[in-house]
Design a binder for this molecule. Structure first.
Ligand code: ADP
Ligand code: TRP
Length: 323
């Protein structure tokens, strides 16, 4: 029996290379060895997007991104969260076992300085809905970037709380974080994130990608100067696209001196463009066959729903609402 894997991405903006290396690539690499459930967290996205057209467009964009990056609907179940409204029911049961101070300790909440802002309840409660996504499917592993690790811990805690209150119901999921790409740096050296505006879009136009690459922040060393590759934001992105000899010889050019940042950026641009070429072609195919994309999501949703039917009944029995 394969272990069950579950993960998702919010359709809250344009996918960047941090999302690809930190999340989607891992889903693709693991789809053969795990019983995979990969979804689009559209309920989560409503915490920040309250516009029908934008949300609907973003949902389809993420579905096409998934497919273009190599997720195969014959191997992984691809679905959207809102096709399982049961997760919001489960999140409610969890809410009733969760204290406010516990949620206030969530780093995502603290980092966003949300206490000071007029934060909506959905955003505050985000980790609990995520726990419901994970626990309802009996997931064994949850591959995510390291920024999401705490949320998987919250899911484990929540499983324990429910099991203690109502009897053994949920298994404890593990997060799965790939070390080398744990955090993809953005063009300013901070974590690449759409909230920092420091991204390189995965499916941007040539021009958008060039602009982002040329905007990578460097120090003011001259081309002839010797440079430490480990201190260079361009090099840390090269590392995602180059391996073996190619990476070693680039490293040597840094430490020998004579490689200017402009040249390094030009090389990186070429690496990115040739890397995404086949994915772009696939994405164009789906863009022209959008009904196929919708059907993949519908079929995936039906499968995911069937999966949780018995579990949901069990939960309602345990809670006491089934008479
Ligand atoms: P963003 O920070 O741009 O809003 P999300 O929070 O929507 O990205 O992240 C979606 C997925 O991509 C998550 O699994 C997250 O951990 C991963 N991810 C996002 N940014 C990075 C990054 N810079 N490095 C590695 N993984 C990332
Ligand atoms: N919180 C995740 C993110 O922003 C998205 C998400 C929602 C998720 N539910 C999940 C990820 C369940 C893994 C498992 O990226």
């Amino acid at each position: 029996m394969k272990k069950r894997l579950l993960s998702g991405i919010q359709p809250s903006g344009i996918i960047h290379i941090g999302n690809y290396f930190g999340a989607i690539k891992q889903f693709v690499d693991m789809q053969d060895s795990y019983d995979s459930y990969i979804f689009i967290a559209d309920f989560h996205a409503i915490t920040t997007i309250q516009n029908r057209d934008i949300l609907s467009k973003n949902i389809l964009d993420v579905a096409m991104d998934y497919l273009a990056c190599g997720l195969d609907p014959n191997k992984a179940c691809l679905f959207k969260q809102s096709d399982l409204p049961e997760v919001t029911e489960l999140a409610w049961y969890f809410n009733c076992l969760t204290s406010m101070p516990y949620l206030e300790r969530a780093t995502a909440y603290k980092d966003a300085g949300m206490k000071a802002k007029d934060v909506n309840v959905g955003l505050f409660d985000y980790p609990i809905l995520m726990a419901a996504d994970i626990l309802i499917q009996d997931a064994d592993v949850v591959p995510v970037g390291s920024d999401q690790q705490q949320h998987v811990e919250y899911a484990r805690d929540t499983a324990i709380k429910f099991n203690n209150a109502f009897g053994e119901t949920f298994k404890l999921p593990e997060s799965l974080i790939i070390k080398e790409v744990a955090i993809v740096p953005g063009i300013d050296g901070r974590k690449m994130s759409k909230s920092y505006g420091n991204t390189i879009p995965l499916f941007g136009t040539d021009e958008e990608i060039r602009k982002a690459v040329m905007g990578i922040v460097t120090d003011s060393k001259a081309p002839s100067d010797i440079k430490d590759p480990n201190e260079c934001n361009i090099f840390s992105i090269h590392k995602l696209f180059l391996t073996g000899n190619a990476l070693e010889s680039l490293k040597k050019r840094y430490t020998d001196g004579g490689l200017g940042y402009k040249e390094s950026k030009d090389m990186l641009y070429e690496e990115i463009i040739s890397f995404i070429k086949p994915m772009r072609e696939k994405r164009e195919y789906y863009q022209n066959n959008i009904d196929e994309v919708k059907k993949i999501l519908r079929d995936g949703g039906a499968k995911a729903k069937l999966n949780i039917k018995n579990k949901m009944e069990l939960i309602r029995n345990k809670v006491g609402v089934n008479l």
